[in-house]
Design a protein around this ligand. Structure first.
Ligand SMILES: Nc1ncnc2c1ncn2[C@@H]1O[C@H](COP(=O)(O)OP(=O)(O)OP(=O)(O)O)[C@@H](O)[C@H]1O
Length: 299
């Protein structure tokens, strides 16, 4: 059963006379990972700050049916967040900062658990003034996850992480999701969201361009069969004569259109004595799907 955790209704925000969010509406289901995608300056961070009640806005935001605003932070007790760059104390170690922000029972155990989960053991006892960007980012994510939040908001969490640390963070997010934690994550690294997000919200110039499932977004991208035959030139002419689309003749790139039947295509080739050496389906690519969505909006 789907339970709505976050609901955003008619969210509008201006800085001076500059409108940066225009009628944003979306909901987030509990236990989902939502990717917030958009170009620089699209409004992602502003949406996250509004949810966290750290800037005034027009509209209504609720977490578990309780309203959040710049004056009402109570529903945020079970929310963890990393927004922009983590604000760290340079002369404290990572462990000391985690201790400072851990709350409730088992504080030391929470600190140790996060250091383990994020593999921070080798630098947790150094002062953060000597941390690399990736180490600071890990500590920032650690602070967001520290107090076992039910809802986690991460603004560009992969920022500065190397491929190994990126994979570890991705695995950790998926693991936390399996424990029922909900995530709202913005990222420019679309391939990262492609692997983990259930739902996608695309924003452009402060407006929602699309709000859909990751599967739908990927499906919007045309898929291809890549077919390798004994004679690609001949195969391509034959397919074109039979009303198939062939986008790349030498490598036989065939888009999968409506009513496409791979059986019919293969039969056509085989009955014309063309041998099939290899066939593979090329999956949809999020980056391409996204650009198509933005193109079709004319933005
Ligand atoms: N405090 C502020 N005062 C004035 N304008 C602001 C302020 N904060 C953000 N903006 C403007 O609001 C717009 C949205 O910014 P926001 O940081 O939300 O975008 P973003 O999608 O997070 O971008 P990025 O990916 O670059 O972080 C931008 O045009 C930005 O210049």
């Amino acid at each position: 059963m789907n339970t709505t955790l976050l609901k955003i209704q008619d969210l509008n925000k201006s800085f001076g006379n500059k409108k940066v969010l225009n009628n944003i509406n979306f909901t987030v289901q509990q236990g989902h990972i939502i990717g917030l995608i958009g170009a620089n300056g699209a409004g992602k961070t502003t949406i996250m700050k509004a949810i966290l009640g750290i800037l005034p806005f027009n509209g209504k935001i609720t977490i578990s049916d309780k309203e959040v605003s710049i004056h009402q932070h109570r529903p945020l007790q079970s929310v963890g967040a990393l927004i922009e760059y983590p604000g760290l104390y340079p002369y404290l170690t990572g462990r000391e900062q985690l201790r400072l922000f851990s709350t409730g029972k088992d504080r030391e155990q929470k600190v140790n658990s996060i250091i383990n989960k994020l593999r921070m053991d080798h630098f947790a006892d150094q002062k953060t003034k000597g941390y690399s960007l990736g180490m600071k980012q890990k500590l920032g994510v650690g602070l967001a996850l520290l107090n076992n939040p039910q809802f986690v908001i991460l603004d560009e969490p992969m920022n500065g992480l190397d491929p190994k640390a990126t994979k570890e963070l991705r695995d950790l997010i998926v693991q936390e999701k399996q424990n029922g934690v909900t995530f709202l994550i913005s990222s420019h690294i679309l391939s990262e969201l492609q692997r983990i997000a259930d739902d996608v919200i695309v924003i452009n110039h402060g407006e929602i361009v699309t709000s859909t499932t990751m599967d739908n977004l990927l499906a919007a991208n045309k898929k291809f069969y890549l077919i390798e035959t004994s004679n690609n030139e001949m195969a391509s002419d034959l397919l074109l004569r039979n009303n198939y689309q062939v986008e790349n003749k030498s490598a036989l790139e065939i888009p999968i259109t409506d009513n496409f039947s791979i059986n019919n295509l293969l039969q056509l080739l085989l009955s014309n004595n063309i041998t099939i050496n290899d066939i593979k389906q090329q999956d949809g690519d999020l980056e391409e799907s996204l650009l198509k969505v933005l193109d079709s909006e004319g933005k």
